[in-house]
Each structure stands twice: as C-alpha cells, then as structure tokens.
Design a protein around this ligand. Structure first.
Ligand code: F0G
Length: 528
C-alpha cells in the first residue's frame, strides 16, 4: 500500500519491491531509545525492538534526549551551521577529545590529525586519497634522492675519485673496457629506463577478503563483494584481497607486486648500485570486526602479522572502525583491544549520534601531509551542527567514568548468552555466534540441502536471511537484518538501551525460526 500518494514510486522502487517480498517494506513513523514504531494496517503504532540499530549508527539509542536537546539548542540559538573557511573551534574541540580518548586506549601521545567528512565511505575515500598524496610525495623524494646520488657519482667519476667496478658492469651488461665516465653514462641510462617503469606505477591497495569499506569510487574497489565492486572496476583503485586465514598470502602478494628502484651510490672509490623499495603499496585497509561481511572478528595473531608486514614495507594501515568503533565493543576503538595500531582510523555512524551525518578520518602525525587540507574538502563537512553533536556523543560515552562503554559490554554479554542458548539448542541449524560487545552475528547453516522443498527454495533465492528477518518482524516485533554480503548471518547491533525483555523476545523469535526450519515450514517463513 502506498499511503501517501497513488502516484508513481520513484525513490528506488525496485529496492522496495525486493524488501516487500520479505515483508520488510514497512513504514516507521517514530523512534525512541531502542524502539522503532511502525505503522500498522489501521494506522496504529506497533513497537518494534530495534536490533538493526541503523546499521550501527544509534548505539546511544534513537533520538537520545540529550542529543535532541543539543540539536534544538543549536538551531534555536541561530548557530551558523555552514561557515566554511573560517575558524572552527568546535571541530578543533572534537579532534582534541577524539585524541584524548584514542591516546588513552592506544597508550600513545602521538597526535592524530582529523579530516572531517560526511559519510563512512567518504572518510575511507579521504584516507585513501591522503595515503596516495603521501605516496606521491615519498616517490618525489625518492626521485630527487636518486638524482642527487647520480650527480654525486658523476662528479666522483669525473674527478677520478671513483670508478665503475667490473662487478657492477657485469651485473648491468656494461662494456668492461669502457672508461669509467662512459660506463657511468651507460649505467645511468640503464637505471633510468628500468626505474621509469616503476616510478609511474599506480598505487596498489590491500584489503581483506570479506571486507566492506563503502560504495564510492575508490572505497568500493576495496569492498570485497564482487557484485558491488566489479561493475565499477574501470573507475577506480587497484586492490588485492588477502584471505584472513592465510597470513602467508601477504608475502606472496608482496613478492609478486613489489617495486624496486636501482639507485647509484658511491662507496669508497667505487660506484655501486643499491636497491630501494619503491612504494607500490599505498595502504592496507582492515576492519577490526568485519560487519557487512558477516560479523567476523579479526584474529589477534593475524592483526599482528598485518602490522609487522606493513611496518616492513612501510605501508600505512587504515583501521576502518566505522562500524566497530564509537563504543560498540566497550572501547572507542575495537582494534585497541587486539593491539592493532593504525596509521589512519575512520569513524562514522554513531559519531553523529543518529542525528547528524558525519565522519572523520584520523592520521597520525608521522604520516600527516598538511597539503591534504587544501586539496580535499566538502561543502558539508566539519559543520558546527555535526561537530557539536559528535562532541556531545563523546561526552555521553565518557560520562560516569565510561558507564556507556561498560553498558555496551554488559548488554552485549547478555545478548550473546541468549544467542548462544539458541545455538546450543539448535546446533543442526545454527552454525556460529560471533562478534564482540553490541556487534554480534548468528550464522545459520546453509539450508540448500534441507529435506524440505520449501526450505530449500528459501535458501536458493539469495534472500534467506531477509525472509527470516521478515518473519521476526511480523511475528515477534523484532527488527534485524542479515549482513548484506553473507545472507545466512543475522546481525545484532542494538543500542545500549536494549532491555532484557527485548533480548528475550529476540531469543523466542529465533527459536521459533529454528523450529519452523526444523519442521520444514519454509512457506510459513516466506509468507510474511
Ligand atoms: N566501512 C565500514 C566498516 C562500514 O560498515 C560501512 C557501512 C562503511 C565503511 C561505509 O559507510 O554507509 O556511511 O558510507 N556499512 C553499512 C553496513 C552500510 O551494511 O554495514 P557509509
């Protein structure tokens, strides 16, 4: 039913139709705390326990009264929301507060500079662009060092202080009998030609299989799901995907793709040729807990392997905390628990408190290039409205000695206990319960081999989790979604206000789903 107008539906009608198949195209008319109210058939409000949590943007609950008050006060006071190219004390305060908390969690006092953006994908985009700007400047420095070294070698040979030894001539196929001045000319030309091939190489990004970093031009090329990525392959960045269960793949990719520059060096009375690693690898993107890819926690050992590998080849690590961060696991940065240290961090979602669209990209000082501030910007980023709300979000997280972080952990543990109880009672149907804090997933086993034809049909359509979600919504007043790239996994990212009653309702709903699957009643699950 189209309740507003009978005119044509033009805002993504196909998506609505797909959602409609699973009974998910309902209208929500009000939201408060952990509850979304949907419009019923007779216009009445039906309270739904929200376990989708705006895909992770409402950790503090929908319309948190302090955040709503903050927004109302800002607007009532006539705050200049858009005053680009002026001093932004609110942005600076926000950056300082983020640094205080990040410093505490990482145990470092190296500052991180903040670049603000509007969405998660844009923060990722900014991180990738910054990393490429940095790579370009590092290449320019390498180029100029190579040029200086070549000149120093030429002077040394011209003045008779150094010679091109036979060892170097043989290695580069240079005439053994030529005078050193001629040999050096030949050598310089050979190296210039070899190096040129590397100096123009485009950046290569590294990311994990199953990862999700957004759907913009660059970021979608680092998002693993092929259906999102491949139609746009020609637009964007080159990435190599690393399987999280095979750390040795890091070395293999490096061996295959690395770049080496040959640079002249005078040592004693000989001209030598030394190798310098050329920065092909622009950045390594990693989610501490993969969200959209199925709620998969990054293994601490693998995190360590990534950290060591990137340090060895001087490749910056971008830790994408857009979904896992902002307190969801009991910390501002979920990665700080695994000891992963990012050169960059991206934060979004709950940063805007569910009211503002805002995101931030943090870069540690040692990597920061201030030139970036001139070449990257957005009309909407860093505005007073978003920054002030984000500051309030941090204040709410930090209040009472971090009560909200502790609550995320405690509610997460309660939710996990309920999910594990379902898994223990239905091991034939539930394969796994994963995640940390209030970022949890429950994976159903593939039902493609079910004895029931209706369950097999449900499993075959690619919408398995969506049908289960539709049933949970209509029969149990619980809102959850599968992770989009792993539709057998339902994800649970409620707010810190989620109650025992709501967790109980979810558990009862999941048990009902399991019983229907066991009974082979696929038609009842599909009949939302
Ligand atoms: N990075 C991560 C880890 C994300 O989970 C998301 C979005 C993004 C980047 C992009 O952020 O949507 O603000 O541009 N994840 C949602 C999901 C869409 O389904 O988990 P965005």
């Amino acid at each position: 039913k189209n309740s507003v107008t009978d005119g044509p539906e033009l805002a993504e009608p196909y998506l609505r139709q797909v959602l409609g198949m699973a009974g998910l195209a309902v209208e929500y008319v009000r939201a408060e705390g952990n509850t979304l109210y949907r419009r019923g058939e007779g216009d009445e409000e039906i309270a739904v326990a929200d376990f989708a949590g705006g895909y992770g943007s409402v950790l503090l609950g929908h319309n948190h009264p302090d955040l709503v008050a903050c927004a109302q006060e800002l607007l009532a006071a006539g705050t200049p929301v858009h005053a680009q190219f002026s001093r932004h004390p609110y942005a600076n305060r926000l950056a300082a507060e983020l640094n205080r908390i990040v410093g505490r969690e990482l145990g470092t006092d190296e500052p991180y500079f903040a670049i603000f953006a509007n969405s998660g994908a844009e923060a990722v985009e900014a991180a990738l662009k910054h990393a490429e700007l940095d790579r370009g400047l590092r290449i320019a420095a390498l180029r100029s060092a190579a040029k200086d070294a070549a000149e120093a070698a030429r002077d040394a040979v011209a003045q008779g202080r150094a010679q091109v030894p036979g060892r170097v001539r043989r290695r580069f196929g240079i005439d053994a009998g030529a005078p050193s001045t001629d040999a050096l000319e030949q050598l310089t030309a050979r190296l210039a030609a070899e190096n040129a091939a590397h100096l123009d190489r485009p950046p290569l990004f590294l990311a994990l299989e199953g990862g999700f970093h957004g759907k913009l031009g660059l970021s979608v090329q680092l998002t693993h799901n092929e259906s999102y990525r491949t139609p746009f392959r020609a637009l964007g960045a080159q990435a190599r995907f690393v399987p999280p269960d095979r750390p040795e793949a890091l070395k293999e990719i490096h061996a295959r793709e690395r770049g080496v520059l040959h640079v002249l060096e005078v040592s004693g009375d000989q001209v030598d040729v030394v190798e310098r690693e050329f920065p092909v690898f622009c950045a390594f993107l990693v989610e501490p807990i993969q969200g959209e890819g199925g709620i998969r926690v990054l293994d601490a050992e693998f995190a360590g392997a990534i950290q060591r590998f990137c340090a060895e080849i001087d490749c910056p690590v971008v830790v994408d905390e857009i979904q896992s961060g902002m307190g969801r696991t009991g910390r501002l940065l979920a990665s700080s628990r695994a000891g992963l240290r990012g050169d960059y961090y991206t934060l979004a979602k709950t940063l805007g408190g569910g009211l503002a669209k805002t995101s931030v990209m943090l870069v540690r000082r040692a990597r920061y290039r201030q030139e970036f501030e001139i070449v990257h910007s957005s009309t909407f980023a860093k505005d007073s409205f978003s920054c002030t709300i984000a500051l309030k979000v941090l204040e709410l997280l930090e209040a009472d000695g971090g009560a909200a972080y502790r609550r995320a952990e405690e509610r997460g543990a309660a939710l996990r206990t309920a999910l594990e109880a379902v898994r223990d009672d239905f091991p034939d149907l539930v394969g796994d319960v994963r995640g940390q804090g209030l970022m949890l997933g429950l994976e159903f086993r593939d039902q493609g081999g079910s004895a029931s034809e209706s369950v097999r049909a449900l499993a075959a359509g690619g919408l398995f989790g969506y049908f289960l979600a539709g049933h949970l919504l209509h029969a149990h007043r619980v809102r959850t979604f599968p992770t989009a790239s792993a539709v057998n996994t339902l994800r649970f990212e409620p707010s810190v206000h989620v109650s025992d009653e709501e967790i109980g309702r979810l558990e009862a709903g999941l048990r009902d789903v399991c019983r229907l699957l066991r009974e082979g009643a696929g038609d009842r699950l599909a009949g939302a």
